[in-house]
Design a protein around this ligand. Structure first.
Ligand code: UDX
Length: 469
């Protein structure tokens, strides 16, 4: 099969185009990829979701989509920070060939209602770009994190070593190049100063795949990264489409792997307007016993109502809250609500919520921005440090907590955010960001325009004929 890009006479009707989306199996990646699939489906494209068997999404939530489980050879029940990279490497090793075979079969079926137009893959599933190239299909890379992380991935400290891509040195070394108050170099260092060889190889492969794809889609809003996006475009020659926030364009889709405890919404209904601190550290980060105790004591000392998500198995080796002394559970239980998993978007949109203590996962960051909720940042790993810098230093819609959790400092930071004048200024800025995010979705807004351009691009991919091996 051959394809041409941007050939107006050869435009396909979107109904006849099937898009294969390749998911990385963690909650923070499944959510935005299924949201993107929903958005593209609403523009008339047929959708196939190719996903590893581990952490499979629930197909019954998406009756319009075809699901394609890829054997991954994993025998796991959850993903942790510690085994994140080994899991990813196993997926890369085990899923490439089955994915190629499955898509080859789809192409051979030659379904007129579902000719595969391109492969759209999560950046962490970079091997999908090579699979697409083998099958002569166009591919589009998706970043579920901030666009700035694309630069951070490309900036390799040992750039000239064989196998790594040389990053534009001037960009990383130019001290005068500022991103608002931050030096770009400082911003990129938040992604880790001494990354391991495995991480470097992953970043090199991801960057290389992005450069070899026809386009990149980023779940960001243009105004959030307006100084960063042109720099990224300089390096990645293919067009970059900033069409976030995905979740606002695909509001009805649910892709939670854990059962959401909706009881916390009734609890929120009883709280005063903007009084509650919502506390959640996403789907992968964990805590040790000391951090759990300091967090509980800090919440108790802050004297603010709180809704706290403690994921099962996220504290030490225990199942849930066993490490919290009973007395403390009772004290905080009077003012707080603790759940295993919350309907987070609904929580953040609730009028009682006035602040979000977050690990700064990119989805949580965008969800908070879209509801105008100021943030208390406690980044744990990966791109979260970068997001925290954006939130606290660049956008000024939050405060950053010290990495070492201490009850007094936690309580002080909560009061600064929720009670003091400093917090009020941050709240106003967060409200302004919410309004700008809404405007990006309007006709003529940056997201709306970029989405229209993306649809045009996909429609211009012209399948010519199908051949089998
Ligand atoms: C990971 C990385 O931490 C993140 O930095 C990267 O950008 C994506 O992968 P994760 O830890 O899962 O993500 O955090 P985040 O990106 O915030 O995604 C978590 C998702 O789970 C959000 O969409 C959030 O709404 C949802 N969630 C979280 C719930 O639905 N309920 C909860 O109780 C907590």
């Amino acid at each position: 099969m051959e394809f041409e890009i941007g050939h107006p006479v050869a435009m396909l009707e979107s109904e006849t185009c099937r898009l294969v989306l390749v998911l990385f199996p963690s909650q923070g990646h499944i959510n935005p990829m299924l949201q993107l699939a929903t958005i593209l489906n609403s523009r008339g494209f047929s959708i196939t979701i190719a996903h590893p068997e581990f952490n499979s999404p629930n197909p019954s939530n998406y009756p319009n989509f075809t699901f394609l489980p890829i054997p991954d050879g994993l025998s796991k029940s959850s993903l942790t920070v510690q085994d994140f990279h080994s899991t990813m490497l196993a997926i890369h090793r085990n899923c490439r060939e089955p994915l190629r075979r499955f898509i080859q079969q789809m192409l051979e079926q030659n379904d007129p209602q579902g000719r595969v137009a391109c492969i759209i893959y999560d950046a962490l599933m970079h091997f999908a770009q090579e699979v697409a190239a083998q099958l002569n299909l166009p591919s589009i890379n998706v970043r579920t994190s901030a666009a700035a992380s694309m630069l951070a991935f490309a900036a390799l400290p040992r750039a000239n070593e064989q196998g790594y891509i040389t990053f534009t040195d001037s960009l990383i070394q130019d001290e005068s190049l500022k991103l608002q108050s931050l030096n770009i170099r400082d911003l990129l260092i938040t992604m880790g100063e001494n990354p391991s060889d495995t991480v470097l190889e992953l970043r090199a492969a991801t960057t290389s795949a992005t450069r070899n794809s026809c386009a990149a889609i980023v779940n960001t809003i243009h105004f959030l990264e307006e100084e960063m996006l042109p720099k990224i475009q300089e390096y990645f020659h293919a067009p970059i489409y900033a069409i976030g926030p995905f979740h606002k364009l695909a509001p009805s889709s649910s892709s939670s792997l854990l059962k959401e405890d909706t009881g916390c919404i009734s609890w929120l209904d009883k709280q005063a307007s903007r009084s509650v601190l919502y506390v959640s550290f996403g789907s992968v980060a964990s805590m040790n016993e000391e951090q759990l105790l300091e967090t509980a004591m800090g919440l108790a000392m802050s004297e603010r109502p709180f809704l706290w998500v403690v994921r099962p198995s996220s504290v030490g080796c225990t199942e849930w809250l066993e490490l919290l002394p009973k007395g403390l559970q009772e004290i905080i239980g009077q003012r707080g609500c603790i759940v295993k998993w919350a309907p987070q978007k609904e929580v953040l949109a609730h009028g009682a919520v006035g602040g979000f203590w977050t690990h700064c996962g990119w989805n949580s960051t965008l969800e908070s921005i879209c509801e105008g909720v100021p943030m208390l940042c406690w980044p744990v790993f990966g791109d979260q440090g970068l997001d925290a810098k954006y939130i606290s230093h660049v956008w000024k819609i939050g405060l950053e907590l010290e990495a070492k959790l201490e009850r007094g400092k936690i309580a002080g930071a909560i009061r600064r955010l929720m009670v003091e004048e400093e917090g009020e200024e941050i709240r106003q800025q967060a409200q302004a960001f919410k309004e700008r995010a809404e405007r990006s979705l309007d006709m003529g807004g940056s997201t709306n325009t970029a989405l229209n351009e993306l649809v045009e691009l996909i429609l211009s991919f012209q399948p010519q004929h199908v051949t089998s091996d």
